[in-house]
Design a protein around this ligand. Structure first.
Ligand SMILES: C[S@@+](CC[C@H](N)C(=O)[O-])C[C@H]1O[C@@H](n2cnc3c(N)ncnc32)[C@H](O)[C@@H]1O
Length: 251
């Protein structure tokens, strides 16, 4: 079960405000690790309202993009179809059929990371890549939301850390951890005008008073700050072992 409901209200807020207008910086970060050869298969796990899947079909012609999402409300509003019902522990794909998996701002909702890792080991081909885009516990730096809603860092610190994920993902090796800059909005004023609390897990999980205080800080900053808002989310890249490697030792 996810940390928030992902009901119709959340899905509508997410679709309205969380699709990046300019995702281009992520393209280079992805192709550094994934060769988008025609015929390869890219899984968008926890695809939400489908914006990344739609972008991938534009960026990578010939790549088969498979979107999987557990929330019916998110699937109903998806800009990418088809989008399959499923979750990190039950992926509706055959064994050894996926070349890369994109897991964007999802990993903190996954209740059992080891079960997810086992399911990914099943569906991924040897040598396939796992691309986890997220904010991780202990790494709020470079994320605008946490600068103004400082109490939300308390929520972030309940998310999995990079070490938690590495421990759960036995049989995968970390290739790279980096902060990827992205153009989130043209200004803080735009964020003030469009912010929807329901679209952000950390903002749903602080108190109403904390949210109101954060909003005041954000509004005050927006009066004096100009220029685009650039956020830096983490990208954790892991790989399955190539064909022929022994399976991880038990225990
Ligand atoms: C913040 S949204 C991100 C959506 C999309 N990946 C994106 O970046 O636009 C988190 C998504 O994770 C999904 N989710 C929750 N629990 C999940 C699980 N156990 N396995 C896969 N996805 C899950 C939610 O339903 C929701 O659509």
């Amino acid at each position: 079960m996810a940390r928030i409901a992902y009901n119709h209200t959340d899905a509508q807020a997410f679709a309205a405000t969380r699709h990046l207008g300019d995702a281009s910086s992520w393209r280079a970060a992805i192709v550094e690790h994934f060769d988008p050869k025609p015929g390869s298969r890219l899984l968008d796990l926890g695809a939400g309202t489908g914006s990344w899947s739609r972008t991938f079909t534009e960026w990578f012609p010939g790549v088969e993009v498979v979107a999987v999402e557990p929330s019916a409300a998110m699937r109903d509003l998806s800009v990418f179809q088809p989008i399959l019902a499923g979750d990190a522990a039950a992926i509706p794909l055959p064994d050894s059929s996926v070349d890369a998996v994109w897991i964007s701002t999802v990993i903190h909702h996954v209740p059992d990371l080891a079960a997810a890792a086992a399911e990914l080991r099943r569906v991924l081909r040897p040598g396939a890549v796992v691309l986890i885009r997220s904010a991780f516990a202990g790494r709020p730096e470079g994320i605008t939301q946490f600068r103004y809603f400082t109490e939300a860092v308390r929520v972030l610190d309940t998310y999995p850390s990079v070490a938690d994920i590495e421990e759960a993902f036995a049989g995968f090796r970390t290739v790279k951890l980096s902060k990827v800059p992205q153009h989130t909005a043209s200004s803080l004023q735009e964020i003030v005008a469009t912010l929807r609390r329901e679209a952000h897990t950390p903002l749903q999980l602080i108190t109403d008073e904390e949210y109101a205080t954060g909003l005041e800080r954000l509004r005050a900053a927006a009066e004096t700050t100009t220029g685009p808002v650039i956020d830096h989310l983490d990208l954790l890249v892991m790989r399955t072992d190539p064909a022929g490697s022994p399976p991880p030792a038990a225990g």
